[in-house]
Design a protein around this ligand. Structure first.
Ligand SMILES: [Zn+2]
Length: 168
């Protein structure tokens, strides 16, 4: 049971701030808690999009029993979280980050730079739409990521996708 007489983290003994609990605890990270949170959100998104966008191919780095790996399209060097092949050689790439609310921009910028080369490469064969989804762990979206509705529609997905995402 947690000791409420001090503000030490129950896992690592560090200073238990909100930021520490949400994204800064090394023990929580080693236990895979942050990965689990990220993959749970990712799997929800992939599961919502899959039936809506048929006939398509959905590649998601979240559950190998349900989805093929995005590396089939991207290779292993840079493997984004989710790739959806759409008609007319369109390709939707979605990269998800779930972190502390004050890191929304940092995480967005990092993922923007990380996938630049891959997107340039894939653009030679596909019409690529890149959705850089930077979320906070209590559900806020970075302002650039809040264009996800328009980006999904531009990628060729139906307008009701967004409602499914919001109300899941
Ligand atoms: Zn800790």
């Amino acid at each position: 049971m947690a000791d409420i007489t001090n503000n030490n983290c129950g896992l690592c003994g560090g200073n238990e701030t909100l930021g520490h609990v949400i994204s800064g605890c090394n023990i929580a990270m080693q236990q895979g808690k942050y990965t689990w949170r990220h993959d749970s959100v990712l799997k929800a998104i992939a599961t919502i999009l899959s039936p809506i966008v048929r006939p398509t191919e959905v590649f998601c780095d979240c559950d190998p029993l349900l989805f093929k790996s995005p590396s089939i399209i991207s290779g292993n060097k840079y493997r984004p979280d989710l790739i959806i092949k759409l008609p007319e050689s369109k390709l939707l790439i979605l990269e998800l980050t779930v972190g502390y609310e004050t890191n929304l921009k940092v995480n967005f910028d990092r993922k923007q730079e990380k996938y630049l080369t891959l997107i340039e490469e894939l653009n030679k064969a596909y019409d690529v739409k890149y959705v850089n989804l930077s979320m906070g762990s209590i559900g806020t979206f970075y302002k650039e990521s809040s264009n996800i509705k328009r980006e999904l529609i531009e990628a060729g997905l139906a307008e009701n996708v967004y409602n499914h995402l919001i109300y899941y």
